[in-house]
Design a protein around this ligand. Structure first.
Ligand code: M6R
Length: 615
C-alpha cells in the first residue's frame, strides 16, 4: 500500500521518480506527488488521481534537482485529495517527507505539536512526521553538522507508533536524503554515484541489481556516492549489498496487454524456477534451507499452522491437504488477520508456515511475530528475497517466481502450491511415514507440470469466448469438493477482485444446506472436477443446480459425459495433490477476460493494492 520512490544522483530526479512511481503504481493509485531539492529550495508537486497526472502539473518540466522523493498513495487517513497527497511538509517548508504505513498515535502527536504552535492542512497521519522532525531539529540548534538532521529524524521516528517507511529531504541539506523503515518495505539500490530508493525491487531493477535491505529502525544517510547506516541509537553500522537475480525485463509487459496476462503465461517458467534443483531428474527431493529440521524435530511436531492472506492462504489450503496426507501431521490453515486474535494454541511443538508473495503483508508479519514469541519454529514461503517476513522467520524458502506486478496474484499462487507440495514431500521422506511409490509419482508429476501448464494455457481462446457470454452477470457460483474446493475459492477471489462480479465459492456438498436457495434460472455455476474419487458425488451436486436452471461451466481432467454441461474446459490429467496448479489456470483466464470485456483496469482493480502493509 502506497509506493515510495527516491533518487539521489547526478541526473534530473523528476523523470526518474515519475518512471519509478509508474512502475510502483500497483501499490496504490489514489494520488501521487514528488518533491525535489531545487536551487531555490524544495519543490512540491502533487495531486489526486493517477501518476500520469503529474506530467500535467504546471512547472513539473522545469524541475532541475538531482535529489527527490516521490509517492503514490493508497488512502488510509483522509480521502484522496491534493491536500492529503504526499509529500508532506512541515510548517516552515524545510522538510519534505513521503511515508508508507500507518502512524497509530498520530492524534496524540498532532495535539502535542498543535500545543507547540504547529498547524495542519491535511487529514493524514503522515503530516505529523515533517513537523515532528522540525520540532526536534529546532531544539538542537547548537549542532551545525549533518548529524543534526539525522538526530531530528531519529527522534521523530522513535516517537512514532505503527508502521512506516519514510524518505526525508531538507532544503538545508541539499546533498542528502534520510530514509528509514519499520514494518513497511523499503530497499536501496546502489550504483557508483547514484542511489535509488523504492518500496519494491522491480521499480528500480532497470538501474541496478545491487540492493541494501534494511532492518527495522535502521537509519540511512544518503549522498550521491555513499550510503551510511545507523542503528536506532545512531551507532554507525556496516551493511553489505544483496545481488538480486531478477532481470529488468521481467518487470515489463513485454508485448502483453497487461501484467496479469503476462504473469499467467509466465507460469510454466515460474514453476520451473520454483522446482529448481529441489527435485532432481532422478527424483531426489532436497530443500537445503530446511536441512537442520531433522527427523527428531519433525517427529516432535504435533501441529502445523499455515498462516497467510488472500490467494496465499488458498495456496495454504492446498498445502494442508498435502502435508496431512503425506506427513500425517494435523494442519490448520488460518487467515493471518484472524490468527493472532483467536489465541491459537502454540508451543515449541508447533511449526508455523507463513506464505506471502510480497513478504510484506502486515497481518502475516504480525501473526509470525506472535508465533515466534510463543515458541513455535517459523518458516516463511515468499517470492521476495530479503522481504520482512523472510527476515523475521527462522527459515525462509523462496518461490523464485519472478516479480509479480498485477494486483491479482497468479504465478505466485501456482509457485506457492508447488513449493508447499515439495515441502510436504521433503518432510514426509525425512519422517518415513508415507508410501515411497506415492512420493515418487508425486515428484514425477511435479517435474511434468511445467509442460502440462503450457498445455493448459491453450484453453485461452475457449475461455475468452465463454467470458463474452457471462461478463454481464451479477452473481457467479464456484463449486468443488476436496482439493477442488480450494480452487473454487481461488477462482472466486480472482473473479471478484478484477471483474467486480459478486461470486461465492462453496464445497459442492454444502450447497444444499442453504446457498442452493440462491440458484435460479440462468445463473452461472462453475465447477471444478479433478479428483476421480469425488467425481460422481460432485456431478450429483452439479445436477442439483442444473435442475434449478443454472448455466454450468466445468473445468475437469476427467473423461465424462459432457453433454449435460453448457461448457467444459478440459485440462491435462495429474494427481489431486497438484491439480490446483492446472485447474486454476482457466479460472485466472476467465477472470482476466471478463475484466477486459467490461473495460476495467485489470492490473489495478479499484480499492486494492498489491502489497497490504497495513493491518
Ligand atoms: O503478498 P501476499 O502474498 O502476502 O498477499 C496476500 C494477499 O493480499 C494477496 O494474495 C491478495 O489476495 C491478492 N490480491 C489476490 O489476488
Amino acid at each position: 500500500m502506497c509506493g515510495i520512490v527516491g533518487y539521489i544522483g547526478t541526473k534530473k530526479a523528476c523523470p526518474i521518480l515519475i518512471a519509478g512511481l509508474t512502475r510502483l503504481e500497483y501499490r496504490g493509485y489514489d494520488s501521487a506527488g514528488i518533491s525535489t531539492i531545487e536551487k531555490n529550495g524544495l519543490s512540491l508537486m502533487k495531486d489526486k488521481g493517477r501518476v500520469k497526472n503529474l506530467n500535467n502539473l504546471e512547472g513539473i518540466d522545469n524541475l532541475e534537482g538531482t535529489i527527490g522523493i516521490a509517492h503514490t498513495r493508497w488512502a488510509t487517513h483522509g480521502k484522496p485529495s491534493k491536500e492529503n497527497s504526499h509529500p508532506h511538509q512541515d510548517n516552515s517548508k524545510t522538510f519534505s517527507v513521503v511515508h508508507n504505513g500507518i502512524i497509530e498515535n498520530y492524534n496524540e502527536l498532532r495535539s502535542f505539536l498543535e500545543s507547540n504552535g504547529y498547524t495542519f492542512y491535511s487529514q493524514t497521519d503522515t503530516e505529523v512526521i515533517p513537523n515532528l522532525i522540525h520540532y526536534y531539529f529546532e531544539k538542537d540548534s547548537q549542532d551545525k553538522s549533518i548529524m543534526r538532521f539525522l538526530k531530528a529524524v531519529q527522534k521523530a521516528c522513535l516517537d512514532l507508533k505503527g508502521s512506516f517507511a519514510i524518505e526525508v529531504i531538507s532544503s538545508l541539506y541539499p546533498d542528502n536524503m534520510i530514509v528509514v523503515r519499520k514494518d513497511s518495505p523499503l530497499v536501496i539500490g546502489t550504483c557508483e554515484d547514484e542511489k535509488y530508493i523504492s518500496s519494491d525491487i522491480p521499480a528500480i531493477l532497470s538501474y541496478t541489481r545491487d540492493f541494501y535491505l534494511l532492518n527495522d529502525l535502521e537509519f540511512v544517510l544518503l549522498s550521491r556516492n555513499e550510503a551510511r547506516f545507523f542503528d536506532s541509537n545512531l551507532n554507525e553500522i556496516k551493511k553489505e549489498t544483496t545481488n538480486i537475480e531478477w532481470n529488468a525485463s521481467s518487470a515489463e509487459k513485454e508485448g502483453f496487454e497487461d501484467f496479469m496476462l503476462k504473469e499467467i503465461y509466465e507460469q510454466p517458467t515460474a514453476i520451473r524456477e520454483t522446482i529448481g534443483s529441489r527435485i532432481s531428474p532422478d527424483l531426489k527431493c532436497e530443500i537445503e534451507e530446511l536441512n537442520v529440521l531433522d527427523k527428531a524435530y519433525l517427529s516432535s511436531i504435533n501441529m502445523i499452522y499455515i498462516v497467510a492472506c488472500g490467494t496465499a492462504m488458498h495456496a495454504g489450503l492446498v498445502g494442508k491437504n498435502s502435508i496431512e496426507k503425506l506427513c500425517k501431521i494435523p494442519v490448520e490453515v488460518d487467515i493471518a488477520s484472524e490468527f493472532r486474535y483467536r489465541s491459537p494454541i502454540i508451543d515449541e511443538k508447533t511449526l508455523c508456515i507463513f506464505i506471502s508473495q510480497s513478504g510484506e503483508t502486515a497481518d502475516t508479519i504480525a501473526a509470525l511475530k506472535l508465533a515466534k514469541s510463543q515458541g513455535a519454529k517459523t518458516i516463511a514461503i515468499s517470492n521476495v528475497i530479503g522481504s520482512s517476513i523472510t527476515r523475521e522467520a527462522d527459515f525462509s524458502i523462496y518461490t523464485h517466481a519472478g516479480p509479480e506486478i498485477a494486483v491479482a496474484s497468479t504465478k505466485a499462487y501456482t509457485s506457492q502450491v508447488i513449493l508447499i507440495n515439495i515441502l510436504a514431500i521433503y518432510f514426509a521422506e525425512i519422517l518415513g511415514v508415507c508410501d515411497s511409490n506415492l512420493l515418487k509419482s508425486l515428484k514425477q508429476e511435479i517435474l511434468d507440470l511445467p509442460k502440462k501448464v503450457e498445455e493448459t494455457l491453450k484453453c485461452d481462446s475457449q475461455v475468452k469466448d465463454f467470458s463474452k457470454s457471462i461478463y454481464q452477470e451479477k452473481d457467479i457460483f464456484f463449486l468443488g469438493r476436496g482439493i477442488d474446493e480450494t480452487v473454487a475459492k481461488e477462482g472466486s477471489l480472482k473473479l471478484k477482485e478484477i471483474s467486480y462480479i459478486h461470486s461465492e465459492s462453496y464445497a459442492s456438498g454444502e450447497l444444499k444446506h442453504g446457498p442452493i436457495a440462491l440458484i435460479e434460472n440462468g445463473i452461472t455455476v462453475i465447477s471444478i472436477l479433478t479428483d476421480p474419487n469425488l467425481v460422481e458425488k460432485s456431478i450429483s451436486n452439479i445436477q442439483e443446480v442444473i435442475t434449478r436452471g443454472a448455466k454450468t461451466l466445468v473445468v475437469t481432467n476427467q473423461n465424462l459425459d459432457y453433454s449435460m454441461f453448457d461448457e467444459v474446459i478440459k485440462i491435462p490429467d495429474t494427481i489431486p495433490f497438484v491439480s490446483p496448479i492446472l485447474s486454476i489456470i482457466p479460472l485466472q483466464l476467465l477472470a482476466y477476460h471478463i475484466s477486459k470485456e467490461k473495460g476495467l483496469d485489470v492490473d489495478k482493480p479499484r480499492n486494492l493494492a498489491k502489497s497490504v502493509t497495513v493491518e
